[in-house]
Design a protein around this ligand. Sequence first.
Ligand code: ADE
Length: 330
Amino acid sequence: MELSPEAVKLLLEWFRKNKRVLPWREKREFYRVWVSEIMLQQTRVEAVKEYYLRFMERFPTVGALALAEEDEVLKAWEGLGYYSRARNLLKSAKQIAKEGVPVTYEGVRALSGVGDYTAGAISSIALGLPCPAVDGNVLRVLTRCFADGSNIDEPATKTKFTEVLRRAYPQETGDFCEALMELGAIVCVPNGAPWCGVCPWSGLCRAHLTGEEERYPVRNDKKARKIVNATVCVLERGGKYALEKREDKGLLANLWQFPFFEKVVDIHSFGEVVATKKAKHIFTHIEWNMTGYLIEAREFFGGYEWVSAEEIMNSYALPSAFKAFTEWVK
Ligand code: ADE
């Protein structure tokens, strides 16, 4: 299985004409590319843009980031999700500040929070190295293009197409890497109908030429998410709100939240309920069905930090899972 030089050329030409203007595409400098690739892990481009610009303003260099406190970095990350990314970024920034920027794929791959895909992307885009970056989007493009029935969920499929790309890599490593991602993001889109009419590969894509776009990619049946019913209590007293820190392991580790219960709680023991609201938040493998209560607390209950609305907005990283309830805080 080979991707021909002609296919590579068509893709690069298409990318140069059609690529989106994105803040991290302005300069291919290691720090900028690294931060963007970490933010873009499991997060949509549209959601990342604004965070990226703010983060770059707040921490313009790896040296500036290395000097930051973890809470500051988490605050800048608030709402982006998958917070271990922020912690790993800080940890790696300290390492880079001491040891210098990595110059090989292995060096990049050794940074905390950088897996095969991200290491390939950073190496191709920032370091000019011919290192494939194969995520779900790129794999979808390739499994459609070759339409050989490979199951996109099988690790062997990823290995096979990684090697196809490695053999096809042109001089313009960054453009090639980003062009594949771009094709997956704006043309060869998931869920049914790709935009084959504007695809540079429509003349060579087997799924398109056989009229079977809908059959690809072949994949396993999806597992259902675990549903967790939870109660969220927004306790207010004298303009202060109760917050607690989540445990240091698992989902949203170490982040702040309103008193949160996965078991039955006696709401009325906290005080008078003044508003209620339901909200749902979907994580990768878990779904939270939350019932929230805004409560005028009868006392400053122990075990919580009681903080003002302003402090919540400025200093405490509250995950966006709680957004519906943060709206109560004024
Ligand atoms: N997704 C992951 N990396 C990306 C990049 N560099 N540009 C656009 N989307 C991406």
